[in-house]
Structures are given as structure tokens and as C-alpha cells.
Design a protein around this ligand. Structure first.
Ligand code: NAI
Length: 472
């Protein structure tokens, strides 16, 4: 023991209070465990403070502006639409505060201890705790545990040689805190974050340029999903440079000059701000895992099994730090598994992980896409339903929306993907269907309420069965 060390003890220590960590804390407490969560910021993690919630709030505000403009089509005109972005930010921060307070209230209800500190492993059953500010005093500076769940998440990947200053060269975290919108922005990376931020800003009048290294934006999706989003980026005055490699980002006279190579030619675009959104890396290396038996994979993610157990029997890992899809809902589900395993139950992760991209149009999916089905050599069939023909889509002005199913001759569904308004909400039915082993015929046998967007599932299934009602 180090002299002057004040040691606390707990059944379950959880490092990180994001959607993974706080869910794990609540689930462990429900299993009767004494739980201590250590987080250097607050509860809610990146998702609540710098990711999902703030971006979706800003996207909602931007959509409101567009919806108000579009309403003129059906005779509803607004005059003097203006955006007070400071107020938008204030509103966004209020939502975050309420949700943060909500989680803290739940912690209180369940008797969960929350410590604001930086945690490192000292050994397989002990954490060392450090204040973030040297002048701060911690009541305990070490925490012994029976089990530990690492839920430290991920952070933005940086581009070597490009210095993010938080002023004109930004990460997504900086970008969503801007108090005033720039006139122009160049976004490096056309993935989930790059696209969501770009479209939000473009709708609020920012001139957006996207530079993507791969041949197309949202490269993980089937081509038709990427191309509809790209068309919409362009419809709002944005420009996409795909297969483009950034060479240099320089600050010049209050602007930023980005040089990239496309088709062997160097091009330079000058903007007010640059946002770097080229993926995220796990927060694992700073945990002093060498003092435990926890192992990392070749990409720096913590190795876990289906029970969320690491290679150290006392230690579990969940969420972004443990690899797989970097999605809050996956982390939260893994948290449930870890808590149940710690409570002695025979739980294991064996779930489909849906995704939802809050692009315009929204895209959501579950299971395999066509590219993956092809790569796996499956004898699959594809059917698409152009749902923009449906009554509700037309009322909502949802152009170009569609449902796509990847399935087998016998009706087994491999994947369901939706493009269009509310895709993020609608994907729930597809997840339930696939988790319950529903076939195409089962989807066709469900009555969907009318007029709704979810009717698309029924029509899609009927199309696949060769007997569509509202389409050919
Ligand atoms: P991403 O991995 O989705 O996309 C990064 C993109 O940057 C890729 O298309 C990649 O080809 C490109 N890129 C990489 N290096 C580049 C370079 N030097 N120059 C130009 N392009 C380059 O990562 P992103 O968008 O940063 O998101 C990180 C994670 O956050 C994702 O894995 C996602 O799971 C999660 N996320 C989820 C959201 C949701 O569920 N709606 C929203 C936002 C993020």
C-alpha cells in the first residue's frame, strides 16, 4: 500500500459513465451489487454530451428550418424565418442537462456511487484514482473491486501532421459547440459523423465541402443509399470530393486552406473551418492494462468474449473500447449482458445490431446489406419497394424513400434497410422481425396501420412474394 492512500471498495467498479457504463451500473445495482462508477466528466458520456444527443438536437433544429420553407408547397408560409444559433445551443444544452440529471437521479435511486476522477489499473482488483485538477481532493484515491467493467469508449481519430486547434481546425466535439455558424466548412471524412454534421450545417446555410478518401461517402452502405445522400448534400449547395486524399491543412489569414489529391491532381479549397471526422479510436491504452491480464487486439480494442469477459477473469469490457459497431445502443445492450454474467447468469451477446444514420434522408438497417450478402457468397434475392409512392410519404414530402430486403427463396430474411423519413424509428420492426426469425411471409401477414410509413414493410413483403398491391 502506498502511504497516504485512502482505499475504497466496491463489488463492481465501472470505468466510464457513458451509455455503456451507466447502463451497466444500473443493471448491476438491480442485481444487488454495490456499484461505483468513475468518470472524468459526468454521466452520459460522449453520446449525451458530445455525440448522439447534441447532434440530433441540432439536426432537428436544422430540419425545422427546412420544413418551414418546404411548407409553402402546401400553402403554409412562414415569413422571417431566422436562426438564433446561440439560442439553439442553449436549448440543446438544456436537453443535455435534463438527461444528465435524469441519470444522476437514477444513480441516487439505486445507491450507485459516482466519482469524478481519472482511473488507471494498479492490479487486477484495484484502480488508482486521480483528480482531474491537482487542487481537487478525492476522498479515496484507490478503489478495490470484485469485478470491473471497462466502458471508456472512444475518441476522435486524428490525422498525423494536422493539428486540431479547436478554433478553425475542429473535431466533431468542437463543431457541435460553435456559438456562431461559419460561412463555409470543409469536412474531412464522409462517414456517419461527417455526413450528419455536413447536412445539418448546409441546411443552416453553411457552404459545405466533403473530402472522402474512399470512392463514395457512407461507404459501408450499399451504393444506392450513398448516392441519394450525396444528391441531397449537393441539393443544399454542398460539394463532395470522393477518392480524395488530404495532403495539407494550413491556417492562412483567418481561413483554412485544405489541399487534397484527387485523380492525381492537387486541389485546394479555402474555408472558414475544417472538421476532421475520420473515425474513432478506443480509449484503452491509458488504462495501464499491463498491470492486469487484459489483452488488446491488433487495432487497440480490448479483446472480449460473448459474455463481455476480457482475458482477465475479474475484468469485463463493453462498448466502443471493446470493438464492433461503435454505437450507443450496442454498448447499452452489452452492459446488460456484463451485469447478468457478473450476477452469475448464463447470458451472452447474440444479437443483431441495427444502425441509424441521421442523414437526409435518414438511413437505417439491420442484418446484412447486399454487398455483405455477396461477399458471404449467399444465394440471396433482393427486393426494393419505392415507398415514396405511399400516401403518408407523399403527405410528408418524402421523396426517393425506399425499403430494401435481402432474403432467401424460402423467405429467410438476411437484412432489411430503409431510406427515408423516420427510418431511424421504423427500423425497430425489422429488428423485431429478424430477431424473432420472421420470414417474408410473416411480414406480409401483419396488419400495418394506415396511413403510415411502416406500411412499407407489408408492401415490400408482398412484392417479394410476387403479389404487391400498391406497386408493380
Ligand atoms: P466513420 O468510420 O463512419 O467514417 C470515417 C470516414 O472518413 C470513412 O468514410 C473514411 O474513409 C474517411 N476517412 C478516413 N481517413 C480519411 C482521410 N485522411 N481523408 C478523407 N477521408 C478519410 O467515422 P465517423 O464518421 O468519424 O464516426 C465514428 C463512429 O461514430 C462511427 O463508427 C459510428 O459508429 C459512430 N457514429 C454513429 C452515429 C449514428 O449512429 N447515427 C452518428 C455518428 C457517429
Amino acid at each position: 500500500m502506498v502511504i497516504g492512500e485512502a482505499i475504497g471498495s466496491t463489488d463492481v467498479a465501472i470505468i466510464g459513465g457513458g451509455p455503456g457504463g451507466y447502463t451497466a451500473a444500473i443493471k448491476c445495482a438491480q442485481e444487488g451489487k454495490k456499484v461505483t462508477v468513475v468518470d472524468r466528466e459526468s454521466v452520459g458520456g460522449i453520446c449525451l454530451h458530445h455525440g448522439c444527443i447534441p447532434t440530433k438536437a441540432l439536426i432537428h433544429a436544422a430540419d425545422m428550418v427546412q420544413e418551414s420553407k418546404k411548407a409553402a408547397e402546401y400553402g403554409v408560409s412562414f415569413s422571417g424565418i431566422s436562426v438564433d444559433f446561440k439560442k439553439t445551443q442553449e436549448w440543446k444544452r438544456n436537453i443535455i442537462k435534463k438527461l444528465d440529471n435524469g441519470v444522476r437521479g437514477l444513480f441516487k435511486h439505486y445507491g450507485i456511487t459516482l466519482l469524478k476522477a481519472e482511473a488507471f489499473f494498479e492490479e487486477s482488483n484495484k484502480l488508482s484514482l486521480h483528480p482531474l485538477d491537482e487542487n481537487e481532493h478525492l476522498e479515496i484515491n484507490a478503489l478495490e473491486f470484485k469485478k470491473c467493467i471497462i466502458a471508456t469508449g472512444s475518441r476522435e481519430r486524428m490525422i498525423p501532421g494536422i493539428e486540431v486547434d479547436g478554433e478553425s481546425i475542429l473535431t466533431s466535439t468542437h463543431a457541435i459547440e460553435l456559438e456562431t455558424l461559419p460561412e463555409s466548412v470543409l469536412v474531412i471524412g464522409g462517414g456517419y459523423i461527417g455526413i450528419e454534421l455536413s447536412q445539418m450545417m448546409a441546411k443552416l446555410g453553411v457552404k459545405v465541402t466533403i473530402v472522402e478518401a474512399l470512392p463514395r461517402i457512407l461507404n459501408l452502405l450499399d451504393e444506392e443509399f450513398s448516392s441519394i445522400v450525396q444528391k441531397n448534400v449537393e441539393a443544399f449547395g454542398g460539394t463532395v470530393f470522393a477518392s480524395a486524399k488530404v495532403e495539407k491543412v494550413e491556417k492562412k489569414d483567418g481561413k483554412v486552406s485544405t489541399t487534397f489529391n484527387k485523380d492525381g491532381k492537387s486541389q485546394t479549397v479555402v474555408t472558414d473551418k475544417v472538421i476532421v471526422a475520420i473515425g474513432r479510436v478506443p480509449n484503452a491504452e491509458q488504462l495501464h492494462l499491463d498491470t492486469t491480464k487484459v489483452q488488446l487486439d491488433e487495432h487497440g480494442f480490448i479483446k472480449i468474449d460473448k459474455k463481455m469477459q476480457t482475458t482477465d477473469p475479474r475484468i469485463f469490457a463493453i462498448g466502443d473500447v471493446a470493438g464492433g459497431a461503435m454505437l450507443a445502443h450496442k454498448a447499452a445492450f452489452e452492459a446488460k449482458i456484463a451485469a447478468e454474467v457478473i450476477a452469475g447468469k448464463s447470458s451472452a451477446f447474440d444479437n443483431l445490431v441495427p444502425f441509424a444514420i441521421f442523414s437526409d434522408p435518414e438511413i437505417a438497417g439491420v442484418g446484412l446489406n447486399e454487398t455483405q450478402a455477396k461477399e458471404q457468397g449467399l444465394s440471396y434475392k433482393v427486393k426494393k419497394f419505392n415507398s415514396s409512392t405511399s400516401g403518408k410519404s407523399q403527405i410528408m414530402g418524402d421523396k426517393g424513400s425506399f425499403f430494401k430486403v435481402i432474403y432467401e427463396e424460402n423467405g429467410t430474411i438476411h437484412g432489411l434497410h430503409i431510406c427515408g423519413a423516420r427510418a431511424s424509428d421504423m427500423i425497430g420492426e425489422a429488428v423485431l422481425a429478424m430477431e424473432m426469425g420472421a420470414t417474408i411471409e410473416d411480414l406480409s401477414l401483419i396488419i400495418h396501420p394506415h396511413p403510415t410509413l411502416v406500411e412499407g414493410y407489408g408492401e415490400l413483403a408482398d412484392l417479394a412474394l410476387g403479389k404487391p398491391t400498391n406497386s408493380l
